[in-house]
Design a protein around this ligand. Structure first.
Ligand SMILES: *Cc1c(COP(=O)(O)O)cnc(C)c1O
Length: 403
């Protein structure tokens, strides 16, 4: 019996991918064991974050790093660290920024619900560019000069949301930022794999980069990484950790916080509500180690095989109402996906049936384009048989009802 049954909730199959709605990844046994192990000992949380900083920084090439409560929390703390620096008085004020130097420039194309993460710390987002390709009224995307023309005395930083086809190129934004002495925060929450992306943004000169720990790293769902310049990470630590300390006897590890730069200890900061448990930090570190050490290409080949099994079973229904298509990624470190495509079936209703009748949660991102997508990250030798036959049966039932 699963712990979920004990408390009256069904377990489901997460075929949607890294989605938060369905709890993110199923953890590797090693990660779960690390969390149990961590739970049985006590540690000084500042020392634990400092050692996490050292471990993560070796991987990312950053000066320092902090384990955050997810990438979204990482973005809030990135803004908080830029807005307050190492000044306890400014930390105390957030989300108010008395100086009014709180604007972060962001391309309209990069905006999403995650803007909220920045605003939470007191940042004001200022959009630049046009969405003229989507509006059908133009051919160009946001350009670097548009960022530059928005810079003024209230500008505190630049936000860059990384995707495989983000525009303008990050190099051009970092050049402008450096010229105006402004920090660049990169939201790279979902940009793993490929694993090179753990280093690339820091290498290019980004000041802070946020990753999700609960997506493809397969760490605890509420974990994340914020890495970058030490001064900002120190500020994140001071605004996140339990700060009920006495200044004279407060001795934070130097690699996380250089005490000689601090004049006083702030009270609990804006990150206090994003606390990360020792178990989550341990889980994230082990998940990250496994992520960088594993034979990821073989894992992706195996994922492709799982998707082929599902695809073949669906094809065996011999229906002309639905087709299957495995989409291989450009980079061999990335996940393949399987699209179920239909222009005759109501895929919204089908997705609902999958969820309600069999606990099969597929990725619904493509519903408006007539497909439902299966993401393979949680498929395994143990569950592939049950999932495949359940998908096939549900689909067959749905089609035989003549819907
Ligand atoms: C997933 C995601 C986030 C949030 O990450 P969490 O780790 O779930 O907090 C932020 N930005 C983007 C672009 C994302 O895809």
């Amino acid at each position: 019996m699963s712990i979920y049954q004990e408390f009256g909730v069904r377990t489901i199959f997460n075929l949607a991918g890294t989605s938060t709605r369905v709890g993110g990844p199923v953890l590797a046994k090693e990660v779960a064991d690390a969390m149990v192990n961590a739970s049985q000992h006590s540690v000084d949380m500042t020392e634990l974050q400092a050692s996490a900083s050292e471990y993560i920084s070796k991987i990312t090439g950053s000066e320092a790093a902090y384990v955050t409560a997810g990438a979204s929390a990482g973005l809030t703390m990135a803004a908080a660290s830029i807005l307050a620096g190492l000044d306890p008085a400014k930390m105390e004020e957030l989300p108010r920024v008395k100086s009014n130097k709180n604007q972060f420039i962001i391309s309209r194309e990069h905006r999403s619900g995650y803007d909220h993460a920045f605003r939470l710390a007191g940042a004001e987002t200022v959009d630049v560019g046009m969405n003229e390709i989507l509006s059908g009224a133009g051919v160009r995307r946001t350009e670097a000069w548009e960022y530059e023309s928005a810079i003024n005395e209230r500008t505190a930083g630049i936000i860059y949301v990384a995707t495989e086809n983000s525009e303008p190129p990050i190099e051009s934004i970092i050049d402008i930022a450096k010229k105006h002495n402004l920090p660049v925060v990169v939201d790279a929450a979902g940009q793993l794999p490929p694993r090179d992306n753990l280093r690339i943004f820091i290498e290019k000169g980004a000041d802070l980069v946020a990753y999700s720990g609960g997506k493809a790293i397969k760490g605890p769902q509420s974990s994340g990484i914020l890495c970058g310049k030490k001064e900002y990470i120190s500020s994140v630590a001071m605004q996140s950790l339990d700060m009920d300390e006495f200044f004279d006897i407060w001795n934070p590890p130097f690699n996380l916080i250089d005490k000689s730069k601090i004049t006083a200890i702030p009270r609990h900061g804006i990150g206090r509500g994003f606390k990360v448990a020792k178990e989550e930090i341990a889980g994230l570190l082990v998940a990250l180690r496994m992520f960088i050490e594993k034979d990821i290409e073989s894992e992706m080949e195996k994922c492709t095989k799982f998707l082929a099994i599902i695809s073949n079973e669906i094809k065996s229904l011999n229906s002309d109402k639905v087709s299957t298509n495995i989409i291989l990624p450009k980079n061999t470190e990335q996940y393949p996906i399987l699209n179920l495509t239909s222009t005759t079936l109501n895929l919204f209703d089908l997705s609902n049936k999958f969820k309600n009748d069999a606990g099969l949660f597929l990725n619904e991102t493509g519903l408006n384009d007539n497909h439902l997508t299966i993401h393979p990250m949680n498929l395994s030798d143990e569950n592939i048989g049950e999932i495949t036959s359940s998908l096939k049966n549900q689909l067959n039932e749905f089609m035989s009802k003549g819907i």
